[in-house]
Write a protein that binds this ligand. Structure first.
Ligand SMILES: O=C(O)C1=C[C@@H](OP(=O)(O)O)[C@@H](O)[C@H](O)C1
Ligand SMILES: C=C(OP(=O)(O)O)C(=O)O
Length: 440
C-alpha cells in the first residue's frame, strides 16, 4: 500500500446533482461497514495470529487504518480479502489519521504498546476534532502523551513503552463514543486488562460501543458490560480471525432515503438480521417518516410515495444518520426535530451548523438547537451545496438534488472517505433515464 492510496483527491469542482425523473426501482449493493472494517483491522493487528478479513470496505478511512497499522509494523495485504499479520509494534513513526475518527481515537491506545514514540497527525479539519478524553485517559493509565498543537487536539505524540499496566480509567465520552471504543479495543493487551467508566452526562452512539464489545468477544476477549456506563475487558489473547464484514448500513441510508424522497423502491441486499450498526435503526426511522419497509431474506426494501412525514427523532444512538435524515426532512409535510446529537459539532465538520447553513442557503428553514436541528419544510431553489470536507454532507446534497433542480454539490469526491463509488452508485440507482440530466 502506498501513501497515495489513502490520499484524498479533493477538488473544488461542482457536481450537478441529478434529479430523479420518476419513481425509483433499484437494487443497490453497498460495500462493507467502515466501523466494522476498522475494528476488525485493529483487533487483527493485536491478535496472536494472522487474520483474513472479507468484504472489507476499501475507502479512505479503511486505507488510512491499514497504512497506520503497516507503519506500526503490522503486515497488511489488501485485495479481495485483507490479510493481516500481527508483529511487534514499532515506534519512532508518524501516523496520518486523515479525517478518520476511528483512526485518531482507536490507535493512540494501540500506540502505547509500541516500542517508541508515535506521532498522530491529520487533515486540517481533523485538528479541531476533540481528542482530550483520549489524551487524559492514556495519561491516567501512565502513558506519556505530548500535545504537539492545540491542547486536546491532534497532533499528539504517544510515547509507547512496549506495555501498559492497565487498570481503571474514567472517561467523559459525551463528545464521542469512540473515546470508549478506542480504549476497549486495546484493553485486552494491557497487563491488567482495563475497566472504563463513562462519567459524562450523556453517551452518544451506544450501538457503536456495543459493536466494539461484540467484535472483542468474537475474538475471544472476555468483556463485562453488565453495568451501565462501565465496561471491563479482561487481559488475554486476541484471536486471529477469518471474518466477513457486513455492508455499511449508514452508507445504505442515503440510497434507501432516496426511495422515500422521490417515491418508488430501493432494495439493499446483505441486510443483516441482527446488527450492532446504528444503520439497523433505519427501517424504523423511515417508517415513521412515511416509508414501508420489508425484509425478504437478506434484502431490505424501502418503498415511498414521495410524501414525507415530519418526525421528532432522538438520534443519540445513531448520530451518523443525521445528515441523511435532515436532507429527507426538507421534503416533509411538517417540521422535523432531530435531538440528542450535540456531539455532531465534533464530527467531520460541525454538522449542525453545516446542515443549517446549506438548507437555509437554498431557501429552506433549519434552526440549530442546543442538541440538534429543527427543519421546517419550505420550497427550495437550486444553488451550490457546500460540503465542508464531510462525506455525509455530500450525500445529503445529492439527496436534496433529487427533487430540487440545479443543486450543485461541492467536492463530491469527499464521499471517498467511506464510499469511493458514490457517484457511480447514485447514477446507477437513478437508471439510464436520468443519465442525460447529469453534466458536471
Ligand atoms: O465507532 C465508530 O465506528 C463510530 C462511532 C460514532 O462516532 P460518535 O460517537 O463520535 O458519533 C459514529 O458517528 C462514527 O461514524 C463511527
Ligand atoms: C462521524 C463519522 O466519521 P468518523 O468515523 O470520522 O467519526 C461519520 O462517518 O459519520
Amino acid at each position: 500500500m502506498t501513501a497515495l492510496d489513502a490520499h484524498p483527491h479533493p477538488t473544488a469542482a461542482l457536481w450537478a446533482a441529478p434529479q430523479a425523473s420518476g419513481p425509483l426501482d433499484a437494487l443497490v449493493e453497498v460495500p462493507g461497514s467502515k466501523s466494522l472494517s476498522n475494528r476488525y483491522l485493529v483487533l487483527a493487528a493485536l491478535a496472536d495470529g494472522p487474520s483474513r478479513l472479507r468484504a472489507v470496505l476499501s475507502s479512505r478511512d479503511t486505507r488510512l487504518m491499514g497504512q497506520a497499522l503497516e507503519t506500526l509494523g503490522v503486515g497488511v495485504e489488501t485485495g479481495t480479502d485483507w490479510l493481516v499479520s500481527p508483529a511487534p509494534l514499532r515506534g519512532h513513526v508518524t501516523i496520518d489519521c486523515g479525517l478518520a475518527g476511528t483512526v485518531m481515537r482507536f490507535l493512540p491506545a494501540v500506540a502505547a504498546l509500541a516500542d517508541g514514540p508515535v506521532q498522530f497527525t491529520g487533515d486540517p479539519e481533523a485538528l479541531v476534532r476533540p481528542m482530550g478524553p483520549v489524551i487524559q485517559a492514556l495519561r491516567a493509565l501512565g502513558v506519556r502523551v505530548d500535545e504537539d498543537g492545540e491542547p486536546g487536539h491532534l497532533p499528539i505524540t504517544v510515547h509507547g513503552r512496549g506495555a501498559v499496566r492497565g487498570g481503571h480509567v474514567d472517561v467523559d465520552a459525551s463528545g464521542s463514543s469512540q473515546f470508549v471504543s478506542g480504549l476497549l479495543l486495546a484493553g485486552a493487551r494491557f497487563d491488567q486488562g482495563l475497566t472504563v467508566r463513562h462519567t459524562g452526562r450523556t453517551l452518544p452512539s451506544l450501538p457503536h460501543i456495543e459493536m466494539t464489545v461484540d467484535v472483542l468477544r468474537a475474538a475471544g476477549v472476555e468483556v463485562d458490560d453488565s453495568r451501565p456506563d462501565i465496561w471491563h475487558v479482561a487481559p488475554g489473547r486476541v484471536a486471529g480471525r477469518d471474518v466477513r464484514v457486513e455492508p455499511d448500513l449508514s452508507n445504505a441510508g442515503a440510497f434507501l432515503v432516496a426511495a422515500l424522497a422521490v417515491g418508488g423502491t430501493v432494495r439493499v441486499p446483505g441486510w443483516p438480521s441482527a446488527t450492532t450498526q446504528p444503520g439497523g435503526l433505519l427501517p424504523g426511522i423511515l417508517e415513521r417518516m412515511g416509508a414501508t419497509t420489508r425484509l425478504d431474506g437478506d434484502v431490505l426494501s424501502v418503498t415511498g410515495t414521495g410524501a414525507v412525514r415530519g418526525a421528532d427523532l432522538d438520534l443519540k444512538p445513531a448520530g451518523e444518520l443525521a445528515p441523511t435524515i435532515a436532507a429527507l426532512a426538507v421534503f416533509g409535510d411538517s417540521p422535523t426535530r432531530l435531538r440528542g446529537i450535540a456531539h455532531l459539532r465534533g464530527h467531520e465538520t460541525d454538522r449542525l451548523a453545516a446542515l443549517a447553513n446549506e438548507i437555509t442557503r437554498l431557501g429552506g428553514q433549519a434552526e440549530q438547537t442546543a442538541d440538534g436541528l429543527v427543519i421546517t419544510p419550505r420550497p427550495l431553489t437550486g444553488g451550490v451545496w457546500r460540503t465542508y470536507a464531510d462525506h455525509r454532507m455530500a450525500t445529503a446534497g445529492a439527496l436534496v438534488g433529487l427533487r430540487v433542480p440545479g443543486v450543485q454539490v461541492e467536492d463530491v469526491a469527499t464521499t471517498g472517505k467511506t464510499l469511493p463509488d458514490f457517484v457511480g452508485m447514485w447514477q446507477r440507482m437513478l437508471g439510464p433515464a436520468d443519465a442525460g440530466t447529469r453534466a458536471s
